[in-house]
Design a protein around this ligand. Structure first.
Ligand code: F7E
Length: 324
């Protein structure tokens, strides 16, 4: 019998890579997406006919129960969220509702449905925020710095609480920043690779950015979705950090990207725009993935330089195609 998985946030970067991964493993994959007049399937157009798309919403309890009945999953991956940190100050209530309470609603739906289902919660390094220990470990105290981080912390704790209260197989993967060619354009990495590709092709001259000094632990999304699956195959549920253990500044990201297209001095191509500054910043994030390595043998396989180059080469290819 094929295993069945339900993924919320299926059209996002991670949702689409996880679908690819699970289909390769012969899973039947169901993807939850919100109803909308224009479908946002940029990342999943290649999956039409392979993934079964269901309509539902993390802010609507009954729609989640219906999705469970329609998919009868063995595993649920809760990747759906308002995931853009910057936006969470503009829509703190909606962010808390979907990103925080959404996890509770799914857990309640699983309880109501009654079958033993393994549950994966997409926790995040944003819960560490103003890192009190560097690199952060699973035991490091949390200190979120945005409505998004606070909402994710609620989801993290309710996932753990339901594991302890009801003996559910719930895991949280505390994933540090991870990117790919499918990253949304609002995030800094894709904004830079798209911007540098445009400058290289003569389509634009400048990129407007916010704080260039923040540092992130950036990995590659396809490596990270594999870790999600590995966590659900463990004997006992637990929480794990998934990271590279390295961190780089936005300036270093710009260096690698511009150097890749032969531009050494990029200062005239980058302007700082206060619109992209955040009311509270997370200056640095770096994670220790030792527990994941020790318990299930996971380690990252894509270097920082390769990640930047892969994203940039892909943007150059896409823009050339668009131009023609
Ligand atoms: O910002 C700075 C910005 O929006 C990274 C999400 O996947 O990872 C992601 O959250 C840094 C910040 O990602 C711009 O201030 C400068 O310091 O790419 P980002 P994020 O906030 O780290 C975590 C782990 C998640 O869970 C989230 O869902 O870059 N920055 N200039 C900028 N950021 C953006 N977006 N745009 C700029 O122009």
């Amino acid at each position: 019998m094929k295993k069945r998985a339900l993924i919320t946030g299926v059209n996002g970067m991670d949702g689409s890579h996880l679908s690819d991964f699970l289909l390769d493993k012969e899973y039947e994959v169901f993807g939850l997406e919100r109803r909308s007049s224009v479908k946002n399937r940029t990342n999943t157009s290649h999956l039409e006919g392979k993934v079964r798309f269901l309509t539902g919403d993390l802010s609507d309890q009954n729609s989640l129960l219906r999705a469970l009945k329609e998919s009868n999953p063995d595993e649920v991956y809760n990747l759906g969220a308002q995931s853009f940190v910057g936006e969470s100050w503009n829509t703190p209530e909606q962010t808390s509702d979907v990103t925080g309470l959404g996890a509770l609603r799914m857990l309640e739906a699983i309880r109501e449905y009654g079958k033993e289902i393994k549950f994966y919660q997409a926790s995040t390094s944003e819960m560490f925020g103003r890192m009190v220990e560097n690199p952060a470990k699973e035991t490091t105290p949390f200190y979120p710095r945005s409505p998004y981080g606070v909402s994710k912390l609620y989801a993290h704790w309710i996932t753990k609480n339901y594991r302890e209260s009801y003996d559910m197989f719930n895991v949280s993967g505390i994933l540090f920043n991870h990117e790919s060619e499918r990253r949304g354009h609002e995030f800094v990495t894709r904004k830079i690779t798209d911007g540098v590709a445009r400058i290289f092709l003569g389509l634009s001259d400048q990129i407007a950015l916010g704080n260039l000094d923040s540092r992130r632990d950036w990995g590659y999304s396809p490596d990270y979705v594999e870790a999600m699956w590995m966590m659900l195959q463990l004997e006992d549920p637990d929480d794990y950090i998934i990271a590279t253990g390295e961190c780089h500044s936005i300036r270093e990201f710009l260096d690698v990207a511009f150097n890749h297209v032969g531009i050494e001095n990029w200062s005239k191509h980058v302007v700082q725009d206060p619109r992209y500054m955040r009311p509270a910043e997370v200056d640095v994030l770096r994670g220790d993935y030792g527990k994941a390595k020790n318990d299930f043998g996971w380690s990252p396989s894509t270097s920082f330089e390769n990640l930047v180059k892969k994203m940039l080469d892909n943007d150059i290819r896409l823009l050339k195609k668009e131009k023609n």
